[in-house]
Every structure is written in structure tokens, then in C-alpha cells.
Design a protein around this ligand. Structure first.
Ligand code: ZN
Length: 164
């Protein structure tokens, strides 16, 4: 398997994904006086501790929220990282460069791969590109805020490095 590393410079949405309790049913001993009560088993029909038949108990664990970007963002933005980082941050890049996209960002995209290039940038371009993201992807930013909370969604401008 070969991996490619990529660099993206421009506006993006960073989402700090929260942890949530997820409930599921596990197969385990349900005997209240057994020390193995509630310990998940996969292959045996009877408890090795007390000999009772296995039952089902509801168990909860904390798990990082996963956002279905196809359903929630209509694929207008796509995740840069295959999985969220260990700190829970997932970064979403533009996937729809509409006619309002600033020339500075389009030029960088179109010259990708030709090997020799430079792009002088200032805060002016960064500001225009960030405004474009906030405007063109307003619905996706609002959806993200509704899903995880306003304080966990940040539209920023900068460098994103990722592998695929
Ligand atoms: Zn038992």
C-alpha cells in the first residue's frame, strides 16, 4: 500500500468532535451474585464462574462522535484525515470550488503538481478566502454547529497536512 502526503493551504473547518455515551447490548452472565456478571463473552453459552446460561445486559461506553459527511454536509466539504486525530479534531476541506472562489485559491489548486511554483500571499488573500468559505459553506458550518455545538466548530485559514 502506498501512501501519499498532501499539503493544503487555505480555508478549512476544524471540528472538535465530542465524546458521547453509546449504549449497546452485550452477551454476558446476568447472575447478580456472580463475579463475572456484566463481563462480555463471545463464544460460550454458560458462565465459567457460576454455570448459569448467558443473558443480555445493556452496557454504555464513551465514544468519539462520528459525522457522516455525505449525509450531513452533502459532500460539499470532505474530511482531510482518514480518522479524527487523537485529540478528536477533524478538519474539513472545500470540495466544491464555486464561481465565487477567490483567484488566489484557484491558482494554487490549478498549478498543483507542476513542481516549480510560488504564491506570495498576504493577510488580504487569507481574509478573502476565509470569507468565501464562510459564505459558500454557510449551510455546512451551521449544520456542524447544530451537531456538536457552536464552540466546537472553527473556520480557519492555514496549512493542513494529511496522508491518504
Ligand atoms: Zn456467572
Amino acid at each position: 500500500m502506498s501512501q501519499h502526503s498532501y499539503r493544503y493551504l487555505g480555508p478549512f473547518m476544524a471540528i472538535d468532535l465530542p465524546m458521547r455515551e453509546v449504549n449497546s447490548w452485550i452477551t454476558c452472565c446476568v447472575n447478580p451474585s456472580c463475579s463475572r456478571r456484566g463481563m462480555q463473552v463471545y463464544a460460550s453459552a454458560f458462565c465459567s464462574g457460576c454455570g448459569n446460561a448467558m443473558g443480555k445486559l445493556e452496557s454504555s461506553r464513551r465514544q468519539r462522535v462520528v459525522i457522516d459527511h455525505c449525509a450531513e454536509f452533502a459532500e460539499r466539504v470532505t474530511p482531510a484525515f482518514r480518522y479524527s486525530r487523537d485529540d478528536g479534531v477533524q478538519v474539513y476541506l472545500p470540495n466544491d470550488y464555486d464561481s465565487l472562489c477567490p483567484a488566489s485559491l484557484n491558482e494554487r489548486r490549478e498549478s498543483e503538481g507542476d513542481g516549480q511554483r510560488y504564491h506570495p500571499l498576504s493577510g488580504h488573500e487569507a481574509g478573502r478566502e476565509t470569507t468565501w468559505f464562510l459564505t459558500s459553506f454557510a449551510a455546512q458550518v451551521e449544520r456542524a454547529k447544530a451537531l456538536v455545538g457552536e464552540d466546537r466548530v472553527h473556520v480557519q485559514w492555514g496549512l493542513v497536512e494529511y496522508i491518504t
